[in-house]
Ligand binder design. Structure first.
Ligand SMILES: *[C@@H]1O[C@H](CO)[C@@H](O)[C@H](O)[C@H]1NC(C)=O
Ligand SMILES: *[C@@H]1O[C@H](CO)[C@@H](O)[C@H](O)[C@H]1NC(C)=O
Ligand SMILES: *[C@@H]1O[C@H](CO)[C@@H](O)[C@H](O)[C@H]1NC(C)=O
Ligand SMILES: *[C@@H]1O[C@H](CO)[C@@H](O)[C@H](O)[C@H]1NC(C)=O
Ligand SMILES: *[C@@H]1O[C@H](CO)[C@@H](O)[C@H](O)[C@H]1NC(C)=O
Ligand SMILES: *[C@@H]1O[C@H](CO)[C@@H](O)[C@H](O)[C@H]1NC(C)=O
Ligand SMILES: *[C@@H]1O[C@H](CO)[C@@H](O)[C@H](O)[C@H]1NC(C)=O
Length: 426
């Protein structure tokens, strides 16, 4: 196990992305150079962290978006205060957004205009854009967290903004992005196709409410690689309408783990398929690998594979919860549920802080089907870890500790043939 930890860590630390042709930003005055830098300061941004730089950002965006091969530049060493803004496309080709400085949100929820909606920095309707730079996107969330009903039940339950949203876009790459202290979700990828996020660093205090790291909804072909996420809610959450999502080399903790769902809220019909996580280190999280759905929903979560994961002090390392109920009053029992099937867990090692290292709390009427486990060792430092199993079937092989007896030998719901099993593992 020590070897595996070292392997995962060294991969996380040493692998660096290849620079590509976009990285070559030209010097001003160089006529032979093909990039055109559009600096927000040339459009009046002050960058003192106090003056409102919203108008300058909007003007600079219009200029950058309208000409091909532009670089929308937020220069380094300054802090720009920007209100909720929608940076909309379509833009001329090959736009680069280079954030080297810090962008901060207005910190007081009282000054959040209702017309701003739930997005702080929104990027919409874009194709073929590269986001890069060593700067920071800072949601200044602390007053929003204090006003949350999760913090104090006397507060009204109202939503807070998402720091960065990408929506209705395709062929987008994000490289070296740092997002911190979001009002609520840090980075949402919504209604988009073909999005690649590399080397993102996302941080907020472990007790900040609902501050998910990366939230993927209604999107396909998303690849998250070498991302480090420490927040107060899910490190990564993948919800309805999402498919072909790949995650590789993810550091997560503190937080609520990597989640598929929640699905099926308010009797919704939700669909998620083809999700793969390969290589993660999770530490001090409430959940590790979680699939969660509400009673009363329908649809499915299928073909989900988690492999090569190290856990340290994780409360629920492996969990499927078809009775998820994130509300102050108990949820009504219902018979319909989101169908969960073809779920693979391969090479998962580490420590649990609760008695149940593995929990399959599946619906009696809609059981979890074809769960496959191989090479799992999850130990409790003080005491013995167990598996909880309700209405789950599938197959377990290799070394499994704690044992998942409920999975072996059950072909009540049509266990796959050995060939298909091997296919699921590959
Ligand atoms: C998105 O871009 C397309 C052209 O590519 C345009 O027709 C459409 O109006 C844009 N939609 C929005 C919401 O801006
Ligand atoms: C930013 O928001 C504040 C508070 O709502 C408002 O006073 C200010 O005018 C806004 N600035 C711009 C450029 O919209
Ligand atoms: C919750 O808010 C109420 C009313 O503002 C306040 O009296 C109470 O001290 C707060 N509780 C906590 C735990 O902050
Ligand atoms: C675990 O995370 C919590 C915040 O969620 C933090 O208060 C605590 O110090 C962390 N524990 C360790 C051992 O890092
Ligand atoms: C979900 O369906 C159940 C059973 O039909 C119904 O009682 C309940 O009100 C529905 N809930 C919502 C939020 O629509
Ligand atoms: C749902 O069913 C469980 C188990 O039968 C029971 O313990 C629980 O009280 C029920 N919840 C509600 C809200 O009826
Ligand atoms: C684990 O056990 C040791 C020795 O029995 C004890 O001192 C320690 O407090 C325990 N830790 C926890 C987290 O229960």
């Amino acid at each position: 196990m020590a070897m595996l930890i070292i392997l995962v860590l060294s991969l996380l630390i040493t692998v660096q992305g290849n620079e590509d042709s976009f990285s070559n930003i030209c010097k001003r005055g160089d006529e032979t150079c093909e990039k055109r830098v559009v600096n927000v300061e040339e459009f009046g941004a002050i960058g003192d962290g106090v003056s409102d730089d919203t108008k300058a950002f909007i003007s600079a965006w219009k200029a950058a978006c309208s000409r091909p091969k532009s670089v929308f530049l937020v220069p380094k060493r300054s802090t720009y205060l920007v209100n909720a803004t929608m940076f909309a496309g379509p833009c001329a080709g090959r736009l680069t957004v280079k954030i080297d400085g810090t962008i901060v949100a207005p910190s007081d929820p009282k000054h959040w205009n209702a017309k701003f909606g739930r997005m702080w920095l929104g990027f919409s309707n874009l194709t073929g854009v590269l986001f890069k730079g060593k700067g920071v996107i800072d949601g200044s969330g602390s007053k929003w967290w204090a006003a949350s009903c999760k913090r104090n039940r006397t507060n009204p339950c109202v939503g807070a903004p998402t720091a960065l949203t990408l929506e209705k876009s395709s062929n987008i790459r994000f490289r070296d992005l740092t997002i911190r202290n979001s009002q609520q979700i840090h980075f949402a990828i919504s209604h988009s196709n073909s999005v690649r996020v590399t080397n993102a660093v996302i941080t907020a205090p472990g007790n900040s409410p609902n501050t998910d790291g990366i939230h993927i909804t209604q999107s396909t072909n998303v690849f998250l690689k070498k991302c480090s996420i420490a927040t107060g809610d899910d490190c990564i959450s993948i919800v309805s309408g999402s498919s072909n999502i790949k995650m590789k080399l993810i550091y997560c903790g503190p937080g609520h783990g990597i989640s598929i769902g929640s699905l099926g809220k308010n009797n919704a019909s939700d669909f998620v398929h083809n999700i793969a996580l390969n290589g993660a280190f999770m530490r001090n999280t409430t959940n590790g690998l979680r699939i969660k759905s509400w009673q009363g929903g329908s649809g499915y979560a299928q073909a989900i594979k988690f492999e090569n994961v190290i856990m340290e002090d994780v409360q629920n390392p492996i969990i499927i919860d078809q009775f998820y109920c994130d509300s102050f009053k108990p949820c009504a029992n219902q018979t319909s549920a989101v169908q969960i099937s073809d779920i693979t867990y391969l090479n998962i090692f580490g420590t649990t802080t609760s008695n149940f290292a593995t929990k399959f709390a599946c619906s009696d009427t809609v059981p979890c089907k074809n769960i496959l486990m191989a090479n799992i060792v999850l130990v409790k430092k003080n005491g013995t870890a167990e598996t909880f199993c309700n209405s789950a079937n599938g197959f377990a092989f290799g070394f499994i500790d704690p044992p998942a007896d409920c999975l072996s030998c059950s072909d009540l719901y049509g266990l796959r043939s050995p060939t298909n099993l091997m296919h699921q593992i590959k």
